[in-house]
Ligand binder design. Sequence first.
Ligand code: MYA
Ligand code: JJ1
Length: 388
Amino acid sequence: KHRFWETQPVGQFKDLGDSSLPEGPIEPPTPLSDVRPDPYGLPSAYEWSTCDISDPSVCLEVYTLLTNNYVEDDENMFRFNYSKEFLQWALRPPGFFPSWHIGVRVKSTKKLVAFITGIPARLRVRDEVVRMAEINFLCVHKKLRSKRLAPVMIKEVTRRVHLENIWQAAYTAGVVLPTPIATCRYWHRSLNPKKLIDVGFSRLGARMTMSRTIRLYKLPDATVTPGFRKMELRDVPEVTRLLRGYLARFAVAPDFDEDDVEHWLLPTENVVDSFLVESPVTHEITDFCSFYTLPSSILNNPNYTALKAAYSYYNVTTKTPLLQLINDALIVAKQKDYDVFNALDVMENEGFLKELKFGPGDGQLHYYLYNYRIRNALHPSELGLVLL
Ligand code: MYA
Ligand code: JJ1
């Protein structure tokens, strides 16, 4: 059934529930001298091309490929539209490897037709911190689908990861593959309900009018938590301590140091927003929340072309009630003109979704590890990881 995935060191469906299998690496590392030194073969019309995303013309080619060919919802009404600035941020974290930004071009025209990326990360799985690659932005041009190009790209990124002496990876997908470590649901909080309904993102509820719906989702004009402010560079050490302490309680979570926090959480305009609560009395940082910006293109609508979406990222509370903190995040997102605020049911998010009027979406997100076995699937609330 899965001609490619059956050949890979991933949890296989047939092993589900086999408690004799140990947790941890499925196969041991090989000596680096045994890693294939040259790229996998592509069909003869195509060639590999390492993409220097810091080069604006290359970044534009990647952006254009993804804008036209990346992930859509099940009814093909919306398509993720990562911005160029977002791609630069997502692909150049501390210690990134330029060789893990892999394109496929048509030899004759040099047109970019496929892409896959890895970035390095330390992920903790239960008690072990493991160096991994996070794989993302796998995309094959619509006209080249179903030609088994994806397996070659996955093998090639695997080879380049192995060359850096890294043997595990983490990735998410909307499709079921062998075998999810967890299956999460997307939840959506309307900020601009009229537009969401007009573009078919949501529907008018039963026995609801447009004006009742607008009233239902109305938010205060200003945040309510005293000491709520934007995160700054000087906050990095304390935010790192707060976040590390919090992420320690999940079965799978990133092992962030200060450099990681500076990269992933310091605000970048239209890419990532982070806020914290500084006690007006002690000046301690007691709470933190963040979201990233990922618009979607609206396909085939006469009135609108883009949906502005915020995605809940990492949140930590020690003093402020979680509902109040996230409500303040919704208020800021509304002020900044987002149409919708999205969240997965990971971490403690179930504790605010219903109360803050998020509704379940029709999309799921499956989390996977490569070459690392977990004995039983995790509950979404055991995941302390958000991939972009
Ligand atoms: S998830 C986002 C994926 N991208 C999209 O959904 C964008 C729109 N779709 C496309 O561009 C294409 O449909 C893609 C497949 C490129 C997805 N993850 O070439 P094919 C398997 C893994 O004929 P195409 C993200 O970016 C499929 O089951 N495998 O198919 C994370 C089949 O294998 P098998 C997938 O439709 C990516 C084979 O590919 C996915 O033309 C993590 C068919 O290939 C998928 N999302 O192209 C990648 N979709 O026969 C894995 C299909 O066995 C990383 N397939 O069922 C693994 C770790 C690597 C590093 C390891 C280091 C140590
Ligand atoms: O956005 C998603 N679904 C929306 C739109 C549905 C349009 C028709 N299919 C949705 N809307 C309902 C919102 C409503 C608001 C008021 C309260 C009740 C709910 O459900 C879905 C997620 O739900 N998105 C997708 O399907 C996109 C793909 C998701 C898989 C992502 C793969 C990620 C790649 C890895 O890096």
